[in-house]
Every structure is written in C-alpha cells, then in structure tokens.
Design a protein around this ligand. Structure first.
Ligand SMILES: *Cc1c(COP(=O)(O)O)cnc(C)c1O
Length: 520
C-alpha cells in the first residue's frame, strides 16, 4: 500500500511528510498540527472481523490501513511490543457492562495504570524507528532528547514509553511540591538507561516555563548537538503518533461490543469521553469518519468547562477564565490543543489560521454557522462539578460494586444525563488507584474541599490505597503501584526553576556519558 501523506491544519507546511516523518517532526512548520491527507474507509465486515484477532494484530491492521510507511511485518512486530506483557490484561482494552446499556472501556491496563499508555507504549517505538530510518538514509545524524514538563501522569507514561528505546533519551521535570506521593514515586523509581527525572522548585507553570525556555534557547540547542549529538523533541499529545493508536481502540471496541451482543452489527453506539486536550475524543471522531458506527460523541468536562461551553455556543473563550483545581487533574485545561484538528476537519486551513490567531491575540474565537452546525452533528457536551464527580464514584460503587476513578466518574455522570436509546461506551481513562486520596474522600462521604482526616493524611500513598481497598471490599491495586513503597528511588534531584536550572540539570546528566555511547 502506498504510504499516506500528511498535511497541516494551518496550510503553511508544504513538506507532505509520511507517518514516520510526521512523528519525528511532531509539529508542522508554522505551528499547525499534522492530519492525514485522506482517511481510510473501513467496511463493516472488516471492522467486525477484528474481534477474532488479538489486540496487537487489530492495531497493526488499522495502522496498515492508514498507510503507515513501514513494512506490514514490521508494524506487527512493533504492535506486539507495544501491547504485550506490559499490560495486565491480555485483552489490552477490555469492556465491562456496568449497568444495562452502559459499557465501560477500560484504557488503564498498561504499565502506569492510565490511558496515556495506550498511545505512549506505542508511539516511542515508531519514533525510534523513524529516527533509525532517517539516519540510515543519511538525512539525520543526531539522536533525540525528549523533554517533558508534567503535572503528574503524562511524565510517568512518557518515561515508561521511552525507557530503553534506541536513539532516544528522555528527561522529565515535575513541580516538586505539585504532584501526589504516588505520582512522585512512580516517576523517581523509573527504570531505564536513557531516562532522568528532576523535581523543580515551584509550581507546574514554573516547571513548564523553564522547560519551554530551555527548548527555545538556540545556544543550548546548538550545544546539545555539538557536544552530545542530540536534538530536542517534546513528543507531546499533539503528535500524530499519539493519536493514531487511539483510533485503533475505538474500532476494536466496536468489534468487541458486537461480538459480546452489546449492539447489533451496524447499529450505533454513543461514546462518552472525559476530555482535556481533546485527543481521545478526536480519535473517536476519526473512527466514526472511517466508518465505525458511532453515534453521538459525548464530550465530558470537569469544572474547567471551556469545551462544554464551546460545543454549546460555538464560542471558545478563555479571556476571562481562571484555572480551577479538580479531582480530575488530567482534564484541567484552558487551551485544548487537539481541537485545532477537529476545526480543520470541519472547516479549512484558512479559517483555522484566523481562529488560532484570534485565540492568541484575544483569548477567544467564534466559529461560523456552518462549522458550528457540522460540529453539532457529532458532538454534544456537558460538565460535572467536583463534588458531583466524587458522588458518582460512591453511588456507582454502592449500586454495582464497580470502583472508578474521578476522570471516569465525570464521563459516567455526563453519559447518564445525555444518554438515549443507544448503548453508551463510557471511556475510563485511569485506574482508581491513581487517585487514591480523592477516591478515599468519595467512599467516606467527604467533599472535594474537605481535608483528609488526620489518620488518613498521615499515610503514604500506597498505605492510603490499602485503606481504600479495605473500604471497597478488596478492590484490586495494580502490582506496580502496590510495590512503590519498596522500589528503589533513583532520581532524587530537585533543581531551581528557570532556564538555567533545567539546562544545568541536563548538562550534568548528559555529561556523565560520552558522546554517542552505544548501547545505553
Ligand atoms: C490525558 C487524560 C485525559 C484527557 O484526555 P485528552 O485526550 O487530553 O482529552 C483524561 N483522563 C486521564 C486520566 C488522562 O490522563
């Protein structure tokens, strides 16, 4: 099959990269995001036949249909590496019908117990392969250093994905006072010869600004290339290489729903997604465009509800918004970056340029009537308060024995409010044990703003999980989380906020190695 090419959402990049090149480049020239020039069309029979294949094979079939520029056998090999023993359930993305007509798609069986694994166990393999191929063609001599600023979960999922991947190194910076005990432990115990993790004195904004400043420091970039033969990359959630693996699980989920009798072949299911940067729900939209019988796409937000307002009104406005803290921090956004891809698909590059310019200048944009109408053909949104989301966790646990995390709870509540005759696939993005403190509050009837009682507050993150397990009658704690208290803490450095803090930390880490040392 001929390799499919990519264009960009702002129409400024004329390079038409193939998949591997789009993954290595990440963002297009001119600031736009890569989107496929054309989408493959799937027949119903082809979709349903996936139910007979193991998950890695399903993902490989979708990637091949997408014209990924690698031999089919190699794609399949990479998929078996991405989705194998590193997941604690052989089905990889299993579905559980929790109440009649409400099916939970569990995307957290990967190594970090959160849905980012679905993309980040996969994308670094293609990133590494893309670099190797460019080097072999003589188009590139450097390896890549991935820099990540994280407020918690993305950092760990990126570390797990890039650990010991050829031609890559990864350094993660987190706010030393801004992550939970579990999140910190997960990161500082990371295995791998090419990884490093640093706390930053300050909050997440300080951390992100410092990493951005290092990223944009031309002298520092030149120094890394000269002394260490490394280029910087961010591998963030706008990389097409993170979106494509997400499309695969929606196609796969529909096949599973039919195979289990949850829906008749060809009948629609609705999908409800707890949304932040709009990557997950956008993948559902692409799956629908490719022919998967998805009905309405329900976009669930927490108190940072800019997307719910946008879908209701056609105006995206952050000019007067402030950031609210919530029990679902991975959905706390103001600028939802993957929305740009949807706008491109509904309108065109010219209008996307205007809207993005308006967002940058005035903090708002308003789409035209036709674009709004087209969006409303597919999407409907709603949002949930902090206390409502904790209430849902307790109520559904009491009624069904199913324990969910606060992000999933937001989607569950929105799905209950908006559901009609179609079965709903509620997308579950984290294991409850990632957010033990808030789940503890939920199960003991506390409100989000209530402090934990003294005895619970004194526990380590893992001890608190065991307390929740007792409350919840033996609910499972993933092995990697249960063992965190005894895992070796490899990365204890805390550095100053600011460009120099980040750059000096990297110099010191990289200085320990000779240039181009192989293997790591
Ligand atoms: C990243 C994340 C989300 C939001 O997903 P988007 O693709 O950014 O919309 C929701 N829940 C959890 C647990 C996440 O980690």
């Amino acid at each position: 099959m001929e390799a499919r090419r990519y264009r960009d959402t702002r129409g400024l990049d004329t390079t038409r990269p193939v998949f591997s090149d789009a993954v290595v480049k990440g963002i297009a020239r001119g600031g736009g995001l890569y989107v496929p020039e054309t989408l493959p069309a799937l027949e119903l029979g082809e979709i349903l036949a996936l139910a007979d294949e193991p998950y890695p094979k399903r993902a490989a079939i979708i990637f091949e249909r997408f014209g990924v520029d690698l031999p089919a056998g190699r794609i399949e090999e990479l998929m078996y590496l991405a989705y194998g023993e590193n997941f604690d359930d052989g089905r990889i993305a299993p579905i559980e019908e929790v109440v009649a007509g409400m099916h939970v798609l569990e995307l957290w069986h990967g190594p970090t117990s959160a849905f980012k694994d679905m993309a980040l166990q996969c994308m670094p393999l293609f990133f590494s392969e893309g670099i190797a191929r460019k080097q072999a063609r003589g188009e590139l001599t450097d390896d890549y250093l991935v820099l990540v600023a994280t407020s918690g979960d993305t950092g760990k999922a990126a570390l797990e994905g890039f650990a010991d991947r050829d031609h890559t190194r990864i350094a993660v910076f987190y706010p030393a006072e801004g992550v939970s005990d579990i999140q910190r432990s997960q990161m500082v115990t990371q295995r791998g010869g090419n990884v490093s993790v640093f706390g930053v004195r300050g909050n997440f904004d300080d951390c992100q600004n410092a990493v951005k400043a290092a990223f944009n420091d031309e002298a520092f970039n030149a120094e890394l290339r000269e002394r260490h033969a490394l280029k910087l990359s961010s591998a963030n959630s706008i990389n097409w290489g993170r979106l494509l693996p997400q499309i695969a699980y929606y196609v796969s989920a529909y096949a599973d729903m039919v195979a289990s009798g949850g829906v008749a072949p060809g009948d629609e299911i609705d999908v409800c997604v707890p949304t932040g940067n709009f990557g997950n729900i956008l993948a559902a939209y692409y799956a629908k465009r490719m022919g998967v019988p998805l009905g309405r796409l329900l976009c669930a937000s927490n108190e940072n509800n800019v997307l719910a307002d946008f879908i209701a009104t056609g105006t995206y406005d952050i000019s007067a918004r402030t950031f609210v803290t919530t029990p679902s921090p991975s959905m706390d956004i103001l600028v939802s970056s993957n929305l740009e891809r949807l706008l491109f698909e509904l309108a065109d590059a010219g209008r996307v340029r205007d809207w993005m310019a308006s967002l940058a200048a005035e903090g708002r944009f308003r789409v035209d009537r036709e674009t709004f109408r087209r969006m409303r053909e597919h999407f409907i949104g709603d949002w949930v308060t902090n206390d409502e989301s904790l209430g849902v966790i307790a109520r559904i646990f009491d009624e069904t024995g199913y324990l969910m995390d606060p992000h999933t709870a937001v989607a569950w509540e929105v799905a209950e409010r908006l559901r009609d005759a179609n079965p709903v696939l509620v997308v579950s993005t984290a294991h409850w044990a990632k957010f033990g403190g808030d789940v503890y509050k939920a199960l003991t009837g506390l409100l989000y703003d209530d402090p934990l009682p003294k005895d619970a507050a004194a526990l380590s993150g893992v001890e608190l999980l065991r307390r929740v397990r007792e409350l919840a009658g033996g609910a499972n704690i993933p092995k990697a989380l249960a063992e965190l208290d005894v895992a070796e803490q490899r990365f204890t450095a805390v550095v100053d906020a600011g460009k120099d803090g980040v750059e000096n930390a990297l110099r010191e880490w990289l200085g320990e190695r000779a240039v181009r040392q192989q293997p790591l």
